[in-house]
Write a protein that binds this ligand. Sequence first.
Ligand SMILES: [Zn+2]
Length: 124
Amino acid sequence: MHELPITQSLLDLAIKHAEEAGGGKITDLYLVVGKLASVVDESVQFYWDIISEDTTAEGAKLHFRHTPLKIECLDCGAVFEPEEFSYTCNTCSGFRVRVVGGDEFHLEAIDLEQVEVSGAESGS
Ligand SMILES: [Zn+2]
């Protein structure tokens, strides 16, 4: 399975964002998972629980948003969500199509626990 490296980079990214936002504990991650990404939610969650341990993202909740497969017809330009395994344009019945959505996997947003910042703000 490829979920482990994916989950690892997710964690790195979330921590980086959290640090850029001034630090704090990460409470929620919002993920976008395309239908073609072949990422299994449960596997990501499984690895997440292991690798997020002892990080600022420990115990953060993962939210998965699944996006449908999207196909663009190269003949008429129609964009549609195909039936399973049928990539024929439903506008002009063309066969020349390309995938324009559904293979994505990315971190959409994270939520941070608001922490009181004590002491003076240090500008750079
Ligand atoms: Zn078409």
